[in-house]
Design a protein around this ligand. Structure first.
Ligand code: 3NM
Ligand code: MG
Length: 523
């Protein structure tokens, strides 16, 4: 039977590796056959060191095996080897033979795949008639050191967006550091309206696995499964979804606050040195159970307690960053929500890099920050980001800003909160403005951070509607600040702090008893 190249299933794409570090002393043919039994749908023979004779010999053996399973075999780089073997095609990198020449040699029925890592390579590969794109390097990987660029899930998504906008039908797989712990979320998170990955390509996750068949089976199931945290999150047609009525959101706030009071959800804070104590007190006052635990290893157990995680980057260190990433993974695996506060993102190269790592390291339910922090979270290609970062004043047109916020929330399938005198909240469908609050909030330290803690309590207690939960958190917080600032015993920022804690507590207590007088201030 001859394979038609349009019908190729790219969902689990195995790239071989013959180096001792990965293959060990196993037989490549046995590993590939086991992987095929497990559900691999496409095989690329990649061997950077063997002589041509040996390459052809191994490729022939592999081809005999892949043919039994009716699965295509592609050869990395070497068009001559592919021709000698008569297999289904090649995979070429940016430094290899050009696509046009490869096409001339191979003809139109053969598959030509190309590695791309940015917009211009993508455009060129499509123009030149690549059948599929291997997009990477997604995550840094010991399998291929000195890769050109680590693009993360953001970079991957930018390329999918580019293809969607061009109505391209080219197939896509991603590569680089893909394994069972990240497959489903990378597939889910990178998806844009109209375009998602056709598959994932792996080397070590199968080639270096103790049981390649079992690993392949697991990966093939994970490719199709939405990740734990994605249950119930709409991924398509975000922009065309009808916006929720602001008044309805305000009306839900008391229910959310009551749910916090009843459930006392865990608010797991990995936060900076300045606000530990204040954030814990705020969590208690809004009705949550705080734990200030910065050690990532603990997150696995804590993530199973039904609470939410706050990652606050206020005092980022290399060790801290590792801890955040570990915790993020644990919460994603358990399906627990994560709030990210990119404190000072954009201020230093270290923080920009850390922001990128955290955003690429998992799924985040709510990103909360001030204007410059939020602008730093926008994907690289955003024009608003460039203007915002370039101009010292950071003056950005408000409609442009609103559409940037929607873009960010749509791409990330999450909630974005931009704080300031007016707070903006969006789920990608609509941007809501909240005008409550008091200037004292800006005069004492940690109030921004504690808002993240408050929101974490709300989404943990009200996971069914994270937008409503976030709005409830903002209202509870900001209106408590107004009530505190207006008290006669409050003379300034110093006396404001304890009064603010009191009012947070009192708003919760009143709401639990059905007294919603405070909510009439919502605006
Ligand atoms: N190509 P693993 S990354 C072969 O970015 C290869 O183009 C890459 O190995 C690219 O699945 C890579 O073990 C290695 O991380 C991927
Ligand atoms: Mg190559």
């Amino acid at each position: 039977t001859k394979m038609k190249k349009d019908d190729i299933d790219y969902s689990l794409y195995l790239v071989t590796d013959s180096t001792p570090a990965i293959l060990g002393n196993k037989d490549i043919c046995e590993v590939v056959e086991a992987a095929l039994r497990g559900g691999v749908t496409c095989v690329q023979y990649r061997d950077k060191t063997s002589d041509t004779g040996a390459l052809v010999q191994t490729a022939r053996k592999l081809h005999a095996i892949t043919q039994k399973y009716n699965i295509p075999l592609l050869i990395n780089d070497r068009v001559d080897v592919a021709l000698a073997v008569g297999c289904e095609g090649v995979h070429i990198g940016q430094d290899d033979l050009d696509i046009e020449s490869a096409r001339k040699l191979l003809g139109h029925d053969k598959i030509i795949g190309v590695t791309v890592s940015n917009a211009s390579e993508t455009a060129a590969a499509c123009e030149d008639g690549a059948d599929y794109l291997g997009i990477g390097t997604v995550f840094a990987t010991p399998t291929k050191e000195n890769t050109k660029s680590i693009i993360g899930v953001d970079g991957l998504q930018q390329i999918l967006l580019q293809l969607a906008q061009a109505n391209s039908t080219v197939k896509t797989v991603c590569i680089g550091g893909i394994n069972a712990s990240n497959t489903s979320r990378v597939v889910w998170q990178s998806r844009v309206p109209g375009k998602g990955l056709d598959g994932v390509a792996v080397v070590s996750a199968i080639m270096a696995a103790a049981d390649p068949e079992a690993s392949a089976r697991e990966l093939s199931q994970l490719f199709k499964a939405p990740p734990a945290f994605a249950r119930g999150i709409v991924t398509e047609g975000l922009q065309s979804r009808p916006p929720k009525d602001p008044e309805e959101l305000v009306k839900l706030a008391p229910q959310v606050i009551q749910a916090v009071a009843q459930r006392k959800p865990l608010s797991h804070n990995m936060t900076n040195l300045v606000v530990q104590n204040f954030a814990a007190n705020v969590a208690l006052c809004v009705g949550a159970s705080p734990i200030m635990a910065n050690y990532g290893e603990e997150a696995k157990d804590l993530s199973k307690l039904g609470g939410a995680l706050v990652i606050n980057m206020g005092t980022v260190t290399p060790e801290g960053l590792d801890n955040y990433l570990k915790a993020l993974k644990a919460y994603n695996a358990a399906g627990g929500p994560v709030v990210f506060d990119p404190v000072g993102a954009g201020a230093t190269a270290v923080r920009r890099a850390a922001t990128k790592k955290i955003l690429g390291g998992g799924y985040i339910e709510v990103i909360k920050g001030n204007r410059s922090e939020i602008l730093s979270c926008l994907p690289g290609g955003s024009t608003v980001q460039q203007r915002g970062v370039d101009s010292a004043a950071g003056d950005v047109d408000i409609t442009e800003l609103a559409s940037a916020l929607k873009e960010l929330a749509t791409l990330r399938k999450n909630i974005v909160v931009m704080t300031g005198k007016t707070d903006y909240v969006t789920d990608g469908a609509y941007v809501y403005k909240i005008e409550n609050g008091h200037e004292y909030l800006g005069m004492v330290t940690g109030t921004g951070c504690c808002l993240g803690t408050t929101i974490s309590a709300m989404i943990a207690a009200w996971p069914q509607d994270k937008l409503a939960a976030t709005v409830a958190g903002l209202l509870h917080y900001n209106i408590s600040a107004e009530l505190a600032a207006e008290r006669e015993d409050v003379k300034g920022p110093g006396s404001f702090v304890p009064a603010f804690l009191d009012e947070l507590y009192k708003v919760r207590a009143a709401t639990s008893e059905g007294d919603l007088e405070w909510l009439t201030r919502a605006k």
